[in-house]
Ligand binder design. Structure first.
Ligand code: TRP
Length: 349
């Protein structure tokens, strides 16, 4: 029998969820979120935001978390956090997340959800935490020491998912260890104290990861990302500055021509065409023509999203109201779940 925590089994379960969603969307509670460390970019949009909006519109219960406490897992400052959080709400709204359907809230505003951390920490061993490959990779990438929070944030993520009894978490492959841990915690809690929490499964993204403009992983720190919030001019500038190579003929070859191929992938995802088709069309036109094509493709796709975003930028009061209302609803749910937890544990006085 294949291991429950293998990629193959995760993929099978993910496919089953996809099918279930079309028939009985109301049975699914999705929870996902982002760290407010900067603006969301095209990788976020095509990798997860678009999918969240689809789940929302299919009728699943959808919850989106602004993971402000995760910001301090691998950095020593909360500089710009308020601005980042408000801008994240603007990105969400602009991309089609509807606050009447989707609960948008922030970690720090929901004390009862954070309190689940205490019983949950008692359900995992140090060794289990220490072998999480994603935590290790994040520690190495950030150059930060392994703080207590960095070591235990996957448990905190279990609190995020379980406080609202989430059973679907859309993730990339790197987040699978966290889903496993959440499942382990839910099971151990249920076995020890009585059933409170559901089984959680990952919904794996179907679109391949969009690389940055230079072909590397899209990341703010590489300067290779186009943010949703950029203007058309800023987008053009960023694309113009991106590195290609000296070969004039445009071909799709991610291995040997990362810059040209990163641009082609960006154009492909925005137009729904294939990279090879676009490359053949531009051919001898060279990277100048390619960049012009990519700029137009991105700006055309994001024009309506950016137009909406601008309205929210000019109405910060509305943005704050959305977050307050999401926080209020999250608190209601968290207090209910915490009461069930304390009741199961006999901590009722
Ligand atoms: N770890 C996610 C990120 O790095 C954010 C996040 C926090 C999350 N809690 C979550 C994602 C729970 C899914 C489920 O952006």
């Amino acid at each position: 029998m294949p291991n429950e925590n293998s990629y193959e089994v995760a993929l099978q379960k993910s496919n089953a969820i996809r099918e279930g969603l079309t028939k009985t969307p109301e049975k699914f509670t999705m929870l996902t979120g982002d760290r407010p460390t900067g603006r969301l970019h095209l990788g976020h949009y095509f990798g997860t935001l678009k999918g969240r909006v689809e789940l929302q519109n299919m009728g699943a219960k959808t919850n989106v978390l602004i993971a402000d406490y995760q910001v301090i897992t691998d950095r020593d400052t909360t500089e710009h956090i308020q601005d980042n959080v408000y801008n994240m709400v603007m990105d969400y709204l602009a991309c089609g997340i509807d606050p009447d359907k989707t609960m948008i809230y922030a970690h720090s505003a929901v004390p009862a959800a954070n309190q689940l951390m205490l019983p949950f920490l008692s359900l995992v061993s140090e060794a289990e935490l220490a072998r999480n490959p994603t935590v290790k990779a994040e520690m190495e990438a950030s150059g930060h020491e392994l703080t207590g929070l960095l070591l235990t944030y996957p448990v905190h993520q279990a609190c995020d998912i379980l406080f609202c009894k989430g059973n679907v978490v859309p993730v990339g492959r790197d987040q699978l260890p966290h889903i496993e841990l959440t499942r382990t915690i839910a099971r151990r809690f249920n076995n020890r104290y009585g059933k409170v929490f559901p089984e959680v499964d990952a919904l794996l993204s179907e679109t391949p990861l969009l690389p940055g403009l230079d072909g590397r992983k899209m990341s703010k720190s590489y300067g290779n990302a186009i943010n949703i919030s950029m203007t058309a001019e800023e987008t053009a500038k960023r694309i113009k500055k991106s590195q290609t190579d000296s070969e004039r003929m445009i071909t799709f070859d991610p291995e040997n021509r990362p810059g040209v191929s990163g641009l082609l992938s960006t154009a492909a995802i925005c137009t729904g065409r294939s990279e090879v088709e676009i490359a053949e069309e531009i051919g001898i036109g060279g990277s100048g023509q390619l960049k012009k094509y990519v700029t137009e493709a991105v700006n055309e796709y994001f024009a309506p999203i950016r137009e909406r975003r601008q309205r929210y930028e000019n109405d910060l009061d509305y943005v704050k109201d959305v977050l307050h209302e999401g926080n209020r609803r999250a608190n209601e749910i968290a207090e209910q779940t915490l009461a069930e937890v304390q009741d199961a544990m006999g901590m009722v006085y």
